[in-house]
Design a protein around this ligand. Structure first.
Ligand SMILES: Nc1ncnc2c1ncn2[C@@H]1O[C@H](COP(=O)(O)OP(=O)(O)O)[C@@H](O)[C@H]1O
Ligand SMILES: [Mg+2]
Length: 332
C-alpha cells in the first residue's frame, strides 16, 4: 500500500514539474502545433473511454494526464495512437487500468524498458507485448490482468508453496504475488542454465523478459511446428525436466507444447508462473503430469518412448556436470 502512495506522490510531483510552461513558450510554433495536435488526440482517446464508463474518470485528473503526456510517445502500444493503430479499446479496458499504467511508468522511469510497442499475444491471465529496452533490444512485456475471474483457479498453486505463506490477500495482491512467482521461477531456472527467456525486471503486475521472436511475430509454439529431429528435442526437454527437478527444485506444472516456443532451432520454455517447489504438496503429481505431456508429444512425433522410462530418467539422470551460472545483477 505504501508503495502505491509513493507512486501517487511521484505522479503529483511530476505534474507539478510540468506546470511552469516556460519551456513550452520557447518552443517554435510548429512544435507547439504538433504537441497541441498530439494532446488533442490524447484527449479524444480519453474522452472516448470516459463516455463508455465512469471508471475512467481518473484519466481526466491532471496528474494522470501529465503522466500520460510524459510517456505518451513510448506507450503507443497501449494507446493505439501513431503507427500502432491496432487498438481494440477492449484491450485497453482489460489491460491498462490506473495502477498498471503507473507500473509501466515506473518501469520506463527506472530504465527497465524504453517503449511498449504492440501486443503479440493475449492469454487468459495476461497480455504479452513487444517492447524495447533502452539499448534497443526487443523485450517481452507480460502484463497480467487484474480483473477478478481468472485468478480463482490459480490460488492452488500459491497456497502450499512455503515461499509465499501467510497470505490472505486481496485479489490484486494475489496477482502481484503470482507475477513475482513467475519472475522467481524464471530466475531460478535461468540460473541453472535452462532454456527460458531471461527475466529482466518486474513491477507490480508487469513482468519483463527476453523477447523470443521476430519483429513480426513471436516464435511459434512447439505444437505448431514440424520438427526434423524430434528425438533430440525430446532429449533436450527430458533434461530440462531433470535439471528443474533435481537441481532447481522446481516443477513447471504446465509443461505443454503450448508453453514451449521453438526459437533459433531450440525449445524455449515459457509460462512458468505456476511452477512449484518440491515441497509443495502437489509437486509430484504436477511432475508426473509434465512428463506425461512430454511423452505424449514424443509419441505424436513417432518416438518410441514411455512414461515409466521417462520418469526414471527425470528422477535419476546423472547431472553432475550441471552447474549454476551467474545472472547479470541488474536482472535480479
Ligand atoms: N518471452 C516471450 N517472447 C515472445 N513471446 C512470448 C514470450 N512470452 C510469452 N509470449 C507469447 O505470449 C503467449 C502467452 O504467454 P504465456 O506466458 O504462455 O501466458 P499465458 O499465461 O497467458 O498462457 C505465448 O504463447 C507466446 O506467444
Ligand atoms: Mg501459456
Amino acid at each position: 500500500m505504501a508503495k502505491d502512495d509513493e507512486w501517487e506522490e511521484l505522479a503529483r510531483r511530476q505534474s507539478r514539474k510540468r506546470r511552469p510552461l516556460k519551456r513550452d513558450k520557447k518552443r517554435s510554433k510548429e512544435e507547439q502545433l504538433d504537441s497541441d495536435f498530439e494532446r488533442n488526440e490524447q484527449n479524444e482517446f480519453v474522452r472516448d473511454l470516459e463516455e463508455k464508463s465512469s471508471k475512467y474518470a481518473w484519466m481526466k485528473e491532471k496528474r494522470y494526464s501529465t503522466m500520460f503526456r510524459d510517456i505518451e510517445e513510448k506507450i503507443q502500444g497501449a494507446m493505439g495512437t501513431g503507427s500502432f493503430d491496432w487498438v481494440d479499446r477492449r484491450v485497453f479496458d482489460q489491460v491498462f487500468d490506473r495502477l498498471t499504467l503507473m507500473a509501466l511508468y515506473k518501469l520506463m522511469k527506472t530504465g527497465v524498458i524504453d517503449t511498449l510497442d504492440f501486443p503479440v499475444a493475449r492469454g487468459k491471465e495476461a497480455h504479452v507485448f513487444h517492447g524495447t529496452s533502452l539499448s534497443g533490444e526487443p523485450v517481452a512485456v507480460k502484463i497480467f490482468h487484474t480483473s477478478n475471474a481468472v485468478f480463482k483457479n490459480l490460488v492452488q498453486y500459491i497456497e502450499g508453496d512455503p515461499r509465499f505463506t501467510g497470505l490472505r490477500r486481496k485479489h490484486r495482491d494475489l496477482v502481484e504475488v503470482w507475477v513475482r512467482k513467475e519472475h522467481r521461477n524464471l530466475t531460478r531456472l535461468a540460473r541453472w542454465g535452462l532454456n527460458v527467456p531471461l527475466p529482466r525486471g518486474i513491477h507490480k503486475n508487469v513482468l519483463i523478459m527476453d523477447y523470443l521472436g521476430t519483429e513480426q511475430s513471436p516464435s511459434p509454439k512447439l505444437r505448431d511446428v514440424l520438427i526434423d529431429d524430434p528425438q533430440s528435442v525430446y532429449d533436450d526437454l527430458i533434461e530440462f525436466l531433470a535439471v528443474s527437478w533435481q537441481k532447481a527444485n522446481l516443477v513447471h506444472g504446465d509443461f505443454s507444447p503450448y508453453n514451449i516456443l521453438w526459437h533459433d532451432g531450440r525449445a524455449k520454455v515459457i509460462d512458468v508462473g505456476q511452477g512449484v517447489v518440491e515441497s509443495h504438496p502437489k509437486s509430484q503429481e504436477f511432475l508426473v503430469r509434465d512428463v506425461t505431456r512430454l511423452v505424449e508429444w514424443g509419441k505424436k512425433n513417432n518416438l518410441d518412448v514411455d512414461l515409466a522410462e521417462a520418469m526414471y530418467e527425470v528422477l535419476n539422470m546423472d547431472l553432475s556436470h550441471v552447474k549454476q551460472i551467474e545472472l547479470p545483477e541488474e536482472w535480479n
